[in-house]
Design a protein around this ligand. Structure first.
Ligand code: CP
Ligand code: NVA
Length: 310
């Protein structure tokens, strides 16, 4: 039994296999899987979602299963039932539980108590399902990932954390994060990504000069400046991040043909200009569409029967 709480919960080989299977799911090649036939998957959302929730619901349906989506206030969680007790009970009904929540420890508590796979559908710390779709999208554009130089601009948040780990596992040539001081990725994640990169040949650096970071890059990636749950910091963040907007002038310094990525939802005019987001370099819609085949491949893999230790 496996969980997917972090981009670090799969080996580089397992990640590559998941992405290869996602590409099959997208193209339709050997993709008539009914891995969830007659089974149900629970989706618990403690934060809003458009892409993740709908891609998971569609993925469960396409795999022959039934999805049950619940907000925390529709469960007994809001009346004090613990996550652990909830996980134990749901294990009796479901093939897997997908959870979007705040602290990573909440996910770990459900996973610890559950006897079925638990998936991180975004936490404050990581967004591993997004990172799989991001690597898949980059793979659709570059034959040799070891040549890819990716720059992440902005907040060193959940999306940045998973991208660092998954990009290192994918063996990108280089990942640079350009973040304002005080908004860098947290040290344990950075250290782990650097360690993975030493094995796979991916060089990882963090700086605070966006104009310098983007020079010659093949992929420019950004995310919102204010993540869900941090709304009270928005006014201050808009000022701190002003120079990190992904606009034409930053894009002009990247390599010719560079891709622009954003996990969405975007705040046009803040972290990304509309001109860039709707321009020829942008692959944001492809990236969003890739959430469906990735979610299918992930659920298929997690729901597969496993021998102990596999
Ligand atoms: N990218 C992403 O996870 O979007 P949602 O918040 O809409 O699910
Ligand atoms: N960093 C963002 C990602 C949204 C998909 C957030 O957590 O709100």
């Amino acid at each position: 039994m496996r969980d997917f709480l972090s981009s670090d919960d799969v080996s580089p080989e397992e990640q590559a296999a998941l992405i290869s299977r996602s590409l099959d799911m997208k193209s339709g090649k050997n993709a008539k899987s009914k891995a969830l036939a007659g089974r149900s998957v629970g989706l618990i959302f403690e934060k809003p979602s458009t892409r993740t929730r709908i891609a998971f619901e569609a993925a469960v349906f396409e795999l022959g299963g039934h999805s049950i989506t619940l907000r925390a206030d529709e469960l007994q969680l809001d009346r004090g039932e613990t996550l652990e007790d909830t996980g134990k009970v749901l294990s009796g009904y479901l093939a897997a539980i997908v959870v979007r929540t705040f602290g990573q420890e909440r996910l770990e508590a459900v996973a610890e108590a559950s006897s079925i796979p638990v998936v991180n559908a975004l936490s404050d710390l990581e967004h591993p399902c997004q990172a799989l779709a991001d690597v898949m999208t980059i793979k659709e554009h570059f034959d040799d990932l070891s040549q890819v130089e990716l720059v992440y601009l902005g907040d060193g948040n959940n999306v940045c954390h998973s991208l660092l780990l998954a990009g290192a596992k994918a063996g990108f040539g280089r990942i640079r994060a350009a973040c304002p001081k005080g908004f860098e990725p947290i040290e344990p994640i950075l250290d782990r990504a650097v360690a993975i990169g030493l094995e796979t040949g991916c060089e990882i650096t963090v700086g605070d000069d966006p104009a310098e970071a983007v020079k010659g890059a093949h992929v420019l990636y950004t995310d919102v400046w204010t993540s869900m749950g941090r709304e009270s910091e928005q006014a201050e963040r808009v000022k701190v991040f002003e120079d990190y907007r992904l606009d034409e002038s930053l894009l002009d310094s990247a390599a010719s043909g560079a891709l622009v990525m954003h996990c969405l939802p975007a705040h046009r005019g803040q972290e990304i200009s509309s001109e860039v987001m709707d321009g020829p370099a942008s692959v944001v819609w492809q990236q969003a569409a890739n959430r469906l085949p990735v979610q299918k491949a992930l659920l298929e893999w997690l729901a597969a029967p496993r021998r102990r230790g596999q």
